[in-house]
Design a protein. Sequence first.
Lengths: 166, 112
Amino acid sequence: MNISQILFWILTVLALGSALGVVLSKNPVYSVLCLIVTFFAISGHYILLNAQFLAIVNIIVYAGAIMVLFLFVIMLMNLNAEVEPQKSKILKFAGFIAGLCLFLVIVAALKNAEAKTQAAQLASGDIGLIKNLGTALFNDYVLPFEISSVLFLSAMVGAVVIGKKE
Amino acid sequence: MPINYYIITAIALFCIGITGVLTRRNAIIIFMCIEIMLNAVNLLLVAFSKMFHMAYLADPAKAATSGIDGQLFVFFIMVVAAAEVSVGLAIIVMMYRNTHSVDVNFLNRLKN
């Protein structure tokens, strides 16, 4: 068991544990903090897979921008554990059973998948570097890139139109 | 690292997200669980991209670029997720301003 595999298990346990913390914690602020830990663990996975550009973008976009937005909205609404609406016990139990069943069904469906004998390359390979990704992005994916800028413009206009007082 | 460890991890993260959507009533928490599901798919796409890169490593014609599409898909998923969060949180803030609650059970007017 070398250092990459040890890091893989640590990051996996961290990601799954903090994702469970998002679902289970009563206070919405703790949920957001657990979600930040999940995003950092997934960024660690990207670094382990040598996808360095995606790791940095994940930290900047998710942990930097999106999570600040979530925390801002939660603190603006002054949510805490006392005002948190709770579902009844039976509905929570049914939700957990449904999630567990979905997990079992997908795992069972992939039991004989062909790809499972292959391995992912850890800590080497240079397709995740910004030079190669940039070349592919601006040669083969120019049109989706430009369309995504239009998407951002429309999202910005939409957020302002929804947010302003009428 | 065998790819099935990544598959199981991503499925587990996705199912935790599904469970959160099913068991919580706070609209913001439901939104955060959707983000967990998106990230599970992103992790699986990156792992598969590295898997194909390793599979074509011996082929000199494809060794430089195989698997690069998966990482670009992840980039575009992040772009769409950022746009989605800005609009979604604006909708939640508007809902809070009208009903003074983020409880999704409050929004059952279509039922009657």
